[in-house]
Design a protein around this ligand. Structure first.
Ligand SMILES: [Cu+2]
Length: 688
C-alpha cells in the first residue's frame, strides 16, 4: 500500500453503508452511515470530509460530518453534539463498549479516551440511529472501531510512527503502534503522548487553562481460526494538568484502565458476537492549581471515580439480529478544600446507574428498496447512597437538603423502549429517497437525578448555573422523523436531510420554585447563583437541515462541503434550547496527485441569536475560518506534512466553546472563550 493512501492528514468519509461483517452486511443496507476512516483511502472512494492526526481531540473530527459539532469545554474535552442533542443523549460505542465518564462534568467525555493512532474508523449514523447502535440513542450514535490485532497463519510484522509539532503553543504528539502475527495469533501494541502549553488568540491574548498533557497505551491480543476469533485488550489512559476553561475546575489528573474480552463465532448461517468490558477511572480536579483563585476559603479539590461493567451479545441469522446489552456503573465524587481539612461534600456517593436491554432488528432489501425495522426494550435502575456535607453542621438549609435526600427512597427504575424504521428507496440511477422514523426514550442521567446540593456538576453543560436534581424524573420520549435524498451523477453527489423531532419530558433546567424549595434557593445564593435551576421534564422541539456534497473538478482537484442548520425550542416557556450550534457551512478544495495532497478549507459560521435566556446564554457573532494543509509522500514508508490553522489570524469565539471561568486569564471571567490564533504545524509519518 502506498503511503499516500495511509496519509495521516487526509482521511475520508464514505456514503456507502458500512458492512461490519459478511453476515451482518444486509442488516446495514437500509441505514445511512457516515464513516471517517483513519488510515486507509482507496482511490475509488470519494473524499467527503476529513479527520486528522493533528487535532489532539478526536471529537473535533465530528466537525467534518453533516449534523455534528462539538461542545468544547477544554482543548481535549469535547462533547459530541448531533442535531442539537449532546452528552448522554448520544451513544458512543467505542470498540464495542460504552465509556462512562468518571467526572460528573464529563471532563473525561467518552471520546477523550481515544487518540487517532488507535482508531480504525469513526462513524456516525445519519438520521435516526438504528436500535442496534446503542442502548440510549435518542440523540444519535457514534461508533468507533478500534484497530485490533489481525491473526494470520504466516508471520507478519508491521508498525507505524507519527509525530507532529505545532509552534503556536508548543503542542506535540508522538504515537506509534506495532503489530505482529503468526500461527493464528496476533498482538497490537500502541502508545501515544500529547502535550501543549496554553494557546493565544488572534490578538495574542493568552488563554489560560488550555494546556494539556495526555498519555495512552494499550495492548490487543487475538486468536483467530476458521469460524472462531477470541480477543482481549487493555487500554490505559492518563491525563495530567489539563485545562477546561469553560468549567469551574481544571483537570488535575485522570487515570484509567479498561479491560475487554470479546469473541466472534461465525458459521454459514449464524454470526454470534460477545463483548465484556470493565473500566476503572479515577479523576482529580481543582479550581486553584492551574487558574488563579485568590480566595483560599473557596479553593476546591474534587476526587471522582467510576467503575463500569458492560456486556453485549448479538446473534445474526439471515435478516435478523438479536442482542442483549447492558452497563452497570458506580459513581463517587467528593469535594474538599485543601486549606480546610474539615471541609467535605459528598457530591455523589455510591451512585449506581444500571441499564439492561434487549433488541431485535430485521432488514429486508431488494434492488428497489431496503428497510430496517428494530425495537429495543430497556430496564433502567438507579440508586444513591446517603450523602453528607460538613457544612450541614453550620447551615440549617444544607442540613435540611441532606436530611430530605437521605430520608427519601433513592432507588428508582424505569422501563423504556425504542422503535425505529429506516428505509431507502431507489428512484432511478441518480436518485435515492431515505426516510426514517422512530420513537426513542432515555432515562435520566445520575447527575439529573442525584445532584442534591445546588452545584455545577451537570455533565459538562458549562452554563455557569447551579443545578439541583430530581430523583423522580420521567424518561424523555422523542418522536423523530428524518427525510433525505441522495443524488449521484458523474461523480457529483449531494445528500440533503430534513429532520424534525418532538420530545416529551425533555430533561432540562427550569427555575427553582422559591416557595417549594426555600433551602435550595438559600444554598444557591450562598454559592453565588440567585437563580438556580432544577432538572425538570419539559417539552421541546428540534428541527433542521443538513447537507453534504462532493464535486470532482478534474483528476487532481475536487470540492466538497457541508451545510448544517438546527433549531431547538422549549415548549414550556418562550425560550430556546441551550448551546445549539449556529448555522454553518464548510467548503474544501482538495488536491491529490501521486505524491502530493493538499486541502484548503473554509468554514463559515452564522451568528447565533437563538439563545437560551434561562441558561444565561449570550449571542455570538458570525465568522469565517480558513485552514490549509499539505502532505508529501517521499516513498512508501515516509511522509511529511505541513499546515496552518486559522490562516487569516481571525479573532473569533465559537458559540459552543462556552464562557471563560478561569481566573488569571487575559479574558475576563464570563467572557466568551476565543479560539486559537494562526498556528502552524509540521508532521511526520513513518510506516513499515
Ligand atoms: Cu472533572
Amino acid at each position: 500500500m502506498k503511503i499516500n493512501q495511509l496519509a495521516a492528514l487526509i482521511t475520508s468519509v464514505l456514503f456507502i453503508p458500512q458492512s461490519f461483517s459478511a453476515t451482518s452486511k444486509a442488516a446495514q443496507e437500509a441505514i445511512d452511515v457516515i464513516t471517517i476512516t483513519a488510515p486507509k483511502i482507496s482511490n475509488e472512494q470519494a473524499i467527503f470530509a476529513h479527520g486528522n492526526y493533528i487535532e489532539p481531540d478526536v471529537a473535533d473530527w465530528l466537525s467534518t460530518m453533516p449534523g455534528a459539532s462539538i461542545n468544547k469545554n477544554g482543548p481535549i474535552t469535547g462533547i459530541a453534539q448531533y442535531r442539537g442533542m449532546y452528552g448522554s443523549r448520544i451513544s458512543k460505542n467505542i470498540g464495542g463498549h460504552p465509556i462512562i465518564s468518571a467526572g460528573p462534568n464529563a471532563m473525561d467525555a467518552p471520546l477523550t479516551y481515544l487518540n487517532p493512532v488507535m482508531i480504525e474508523s469513526l462513524s456516525l449514523y445519519r438520521g435516526i440511529a438504528p436500535v442496534s447502535s446503542g442502548i440510549d440513542t435518542i440523540g444519535g450514535a457514534v461508533d468507533v472501531t478500534l484497530k485490533r490485532a489481525q491473526p494470520s497463519q504466516e508471520q507478519q510484522f508491521n508498525g507505524m510512527y507519527h509525530a507532529n509539532y505545532n509552534e503556536h503553543n508548543n503542542a506535540s504528539t508522538q504515537s506509534g503502534n506495532l503489530q505482529g502475527s503468526g500461527n493464528n495469533f496476533a498482538f497490537l501494541l500502541y502508545a501515544n503522548q500529547q502535550t501543549a502549553n496554553d494557546y493565544e488568540d488572534a490578538t495574542k491574548r493568552a488563554i489560560r487553562s488550555t494546556q494539556y498533557d495526555k498519555q495512552q497505551a494499550g495492548l490487543d491480543v487475538r486468536y483467530g481460526l476458521d469460524e472462531l476469533s477470541l480477543g482481549t485488550s487493555w487500554h490505559y489512559s492518563k491525563t495530567n494538568d489539563t485545562g477546561t476553561p469553560a468549567l469551574p475546575m481544571d483537570i488535575d489528573y485522570i487515570d484509567s484502565n479498561r479491560l475487554n474480552f470479546d469473541g466472534d463465532y461465525a458459521t454459514s448461517d449464524y454470526l454470534f458476537k460477545w463483548r465484556l468490558g470493565y473500566q476503572d477511572a479515577t479523576h482529580g480536579m481543582s479550581n486553584y492549581k492551574q487558574r488563579v483563585n485568590m480566595m483560599p476559603a473557596m479553593h476546591r479539590y474534587t476526587t471522582a471515580d467510576a467503575k463500569t461493567w458492560d456486556y453485549k451479545l448479538t446473534l445474526n441469522h439471515q435478516q435478523w439480529q438479536f442482542g442483549i446489552e447492558g452497563v452497570n456503573a458506580l459513581h463517587n465524587a467528593d469535594v474538599t478544600n485543601p486549606n480546610n481539612g474539615m471541609f467535605v461534600i459528598n457530591n455523589f456517593n455510591d451512585v449506581k446507574d444500571i441499564r439492561h436491554s434487549a433488541f431485535i432488528q430485521y432488514t429486508q432489501e431488494n434492488e428497489k428498496r431496503s428497510y430496517t425495522l428494530g425495537a429495543r426494550i430497556k430496564h433502567n435502575q438507579a440508586e444513591s447512597g446517603d450523602v453528607f456535607s460538613s457544612m450541614s453542621m453550620m447551615n440549617s438549609h444544607i442540613m435540611s437538603l441532606q436530611n430530605v435526600f437521605n430520608h427519601q427512597d433513592n432507588e428508582v427504575s424505569d422501563t423504556t423502549f425504542d422503535v425505529v424504521a429506516n428505509s431507502q428507496l431507489t428512484i432511478n440511477n441518480s436518485w435515492k429517497l431515505l426516510i426514517g422514523t422512530g420513537i426513542k426514550q432515555r432515562a435520566a442521567s445520575y447527575q439529573e437525578r442525584y445532584l442534591w446540593l445546588p452545584m455545577q456538576a451537570t455533565g459538562g453543560l458549562a452554563d455557569g448555573k447551579t443545578y439541583i436534581g430530581d430523583i423522580n424524573l420521567n424518561p424523555e420520549t422523542a418522536y423523530q422523523l428524518d427525510i433525505g435524498a441522495h443524488y449521484l451523477a458523474q461523480g457529483f453527489s449531494i445528500e440533503p436531510h430534513l429532520y424534525y423531532q418532538k420530545i416529551d419530558n425533555y430533561i432540562q433546567g427550569t427555575s427553582v420554585n422559591v416557595s417549594e424549595n426555600p433551602s435550595v434557593m438559600m444554598v444557591a445564593k450562598m454559592m453565588g447563583d440567585n437563580s438556580p435551576l432544577q432538572f425538570s421534564n419539559i417539552d421541546a422541539t428540534i428541527y433542521g437541515l443538513d447537507v453534504n456534497w462532493h464535486a470532482p473538478i478534474n483528476h487532481q482537484f475536487s470540492l466538497n462541503g457541508l451545510i448544517n442548520y438546527v433549531r431547538g425550542s422549549r415548549e414550556d416557556i418562550n425560550d430556546n434550547l441551550y448551546r445549539i450550534s449556529p448555522l454553518n457551512a464548510k467548503v474544501s478544495l482538495n488536491y491529490a496527485s501521486e505524491q502530493w495532497q493538499s486541502q484548503l478549507s473554509l468554514h463559515a459560521f452564522n451568528e447565533q441569536s437563538k439563545i437560551s435566556i434561562l441558561n444565561n446564554e449570550r449571542k455570538t457573532p458570525g465568522y469565517v475560518v480558513v485552514d490549509w494543509q499539505v502532505s508529501y509522500d517521499l516513498n512508501a514508508h515516509l511522509s511529511f506534512g505541513l499546515g496552518v490553522t486559522n490562516l487569516l489570524n481571525k479573532l473569533y469565539q465559537p458559540h459552543l466553546a462556552g464562557l471563560n471561568r478561569a481566573g488569571g486569564n487575559d479574558l475576563f471571567i464570563g467572557e466568551r472563550i476565543s479560539a486559537k490564533g494562526r498556528a502552524m504545524f509540521i508532521s511526520l509519518d513513518y510506516q513499515f
